[in-house]
Design a binder for this molecule. Sequence first.
Ligand code: IMP
Length: 187
Amino acid sequence: MSVPKPLLESVLISESDLQNRIHELGTQIVTDYENKELVLLGVLRGSVIFFADLARAIFSAQLENPVKEVQLRFEFVQLVSYRNSTKPTAVELIRGGTDYLEQRHVLIVEDIVDTGHTLKFLCEHLWTLKPKTIQVCTLLDKPSQRQVPVAIDYTGFEIPDTFVVGYGLDYAQQYRNLPYIAMLESI
Ligand code: IMP
């Protein structure tokens, strides 16, 4: 069934601003995880484009400073959240996140943190798998929407309370392949 597309309102974060910031994040991550093995844990589906660019930014940062090496492993999880006005948001793990993480450094790669329920659920689940450390890197953060406290170690951009799409983020599974972040009219 096709969903009527609302109009794109305007570009909130341009392609070049995204790439510049991701380059900075890559440099910071290489400094922080120097000479360590790191599991980049992508949260499907929204983080895939950010994940791919961040992984390459980490590689570029190593080329700029070859004494700093970070060995990367890729893992993914997929979560669904059920929102309901009368009950707290329920989150469920539907793929991944069952293995490989024991005694590893894990960096969760998220597209956006909104209420915080998804990230809180994921961190609680991951700690049961006994990783050495868990840190969080999110491209976008809407702090004004937070309902539960969550720790975020790397943030690309803080944004206001507005619905955004593009660069992996969707509205009804559309718009994920925009190379920039845009706001939508009529949401
Ligand atoms: P939270 O559990 O409320 O923090 O929600 C996080 C998830 O909600 C994200 O991973 C997105 O899938 C979705 N989400 C929250 N805000 C937006 C938005 O502005 N655009 C698209 N998806 C969003």
